[in-house]
Design a protein around this ligand. Structure first.
Ligand SMILES: N[C@@H](CCC(=O)N[C@@H](CS)C(=O)NCC(=O)O)C(=O)O
Length: 107
């Protein structure tokens, strides 16, 4: 499977997808946000530092989103951004309705 296919399948096949690095503090924060505030969700977490194709995935995500850093978070196929973006999106009251929305409701 190509890197592009892997990334697109991960995003379309999961309600919440987090491209992460296992040692990254911002990634830990965003993983904790979902665990604490959305304990019923099971985000798909892809640790780029634990994969041989991690750098290629990161490059593809940059092409796709313009974002080079991790975490790189998608909810209901929508690109949310990094930890700061996701936290701000949540504080603005937008994350809960998106997660609960009927958008891509097969997920
Ligand atoms: N403001 C960003 C900061 C993210 C960030 O700096 N992540 C670091 C890892 S902790 C990163 O991606 N560095 C480049 C890299 O690992 O390739 C956020 O809130 O997500």
């Amino acid at each position: 499977m190509s890197v592009k296919q892997f990334v697109e399948d991960s995003i379309s096949g999961n309600k919440v997808t987090i491209f992460s690095k296992s040692y990254c503090p911002y990634c830990k924060k965003v993983k904790t946000l979902f665990k604490t505030d959305f304990p019923e969700e099971e985000p798909k977490i892809i640790e780029l530092d634990e994969r041989d194709d991690g750098a290629d995935i990161q490059e593809y995500l940059y092409q796709k989103t313009g974002q080079r850093t991790v975490p790189n978070v998608f909810v209901k196929q929508q690109h949310i951004g990094g930890n700061d973006d996701t936290t701000a999106f949540h504080k603005a009251g937008k994350l809960t309705p998106l997660i609960k929305s009927d958008a891509n409701s097969r997920l």
